[in-house]
Design a protein around this ligand. Structure first.
Ligand code: ZN
Length: 284
């Protein structure tokens, strides 16, 4: 610490840099909670936040609303917690920035209901959300080699479901690590030298809270999907999220059970299509 202190006397710029380092935790433990596709599911979000424990930053990959029965409540919980929010395709349609014509009838019905339900303030917040890619550096510090997107780093609406989909983004993305959502499938893709790998967390149970950790080797590139908080589609009904530890270069995937019946009840009480409630139990 002594050399830092003596350098502070010589340059204001160095002092500033040191303050940023202290604030951002460059030399310290840094944990980012990554959430995507909450889809107005308040019960799932509450379970995730309770299970996540301590973190330094929360990065939100979009689709905060649409499908679920609690759009205002979810925005009011997640808005003050998010250090970064990327807009999702449902966010765009639910606030009227984009047309619902490309949506299937169920998604369209939910989007139109959401638009009518949202308070003026929450509508304005959704309209102002930025298109990805967004680098956490802008809100944090310049040492993280990370980007956040909704669909793909190359196109916000593109689905990355297979190695074939991941091939171009993995090579063309501007950072070694990109977080993406949109598919509602937890996992990801990695490129290390000429070796390609699909990442699919393997869990032991179907109904318990569980985690699964991967170590990211230096020099490798990763596309990481934390999974969907509010409407998983990987045949696992539990709410999904991920914790990124930049200090240990570990990605910790999580699944956590939540009050499914209450969440389904809100969808049905709102008069939304029954399919939206049923699919939550199926995880698809
Ligand atoms: Zn989504």
């Amino acid at each position: 610490m002594r050399p830092f202190a003596s350098r502070c006397f010589h340059s204001n710029r160095i002092t500033y840099k040191l303050k940023i380092r202290a604030f951002s935790g460059t030399t310290a433990f840094m944990r980012a909670l990554i959430l995507s596709d909450i889809h107005a599911n308040l019960e799932a979000l509450a379970a995730v936040l309770a299970a996540a424990g301590a973190y330094d930053q929360l990065w939100n990959l979009g689709d905060v609303v649409g499908y679920g029965g609690s759009p205002n409540q979810v925005i009011e919980v997640i808005r003050p917690l998010s250090h970064l929010v990327v807009r999702g395709n449902h966010d765009r349609v639910c606030c009227g920035v984009a047309s619902a014509l490309g949506f299937n009838p169920v998604a369209r019905a939910a989007a139109l209901w959401t638009q009518q339900e949202l308070t003026p303030q929450n509508l304005e917040w959704l309209k102002a959300l930025e298109q990805g890619p967004i680098a956490p550096n802008r809100v944090l510090a310049d040492h993280l080699n990370v980007t956040c997107v909704h669909g793909s780093p190359l196109n916000e609406d593109q689905y990355i479901l297979s190695m074939r989909d991941a091939w171009a983004p993995l090579q063309q993305m501007t950072t070694d690590l990109t977080f993406f959502g949109h598919t509602h499938v937890q996992g990801g893709f990695a490129l290390s030298g000429s070796e390609w790998r699909e990442i699919r967390p393997a869990y032991d149970s179907r109904n318990e809270a569980e985690s699964w950790t991967i170590n990211m080797e230096p020099g490798s590139r990763h596309l990481i999907n934390p999974g969907s908080v509010g409407q998983p589609r990987d045949y696992d009904w539990r709410a999904a999220f991920a914790m990124y530890d930049s200090n240990t270069a570990q990605m910790i995937y999580h699944r956590v059970p939540y009050d499914l019946i209450a969440s389904q009840g809100r969808i049905l009480m709102a008069g939304l299509p029954e399919r939206l409630a049923a699919r939550l139990r199926e995880g698809r």
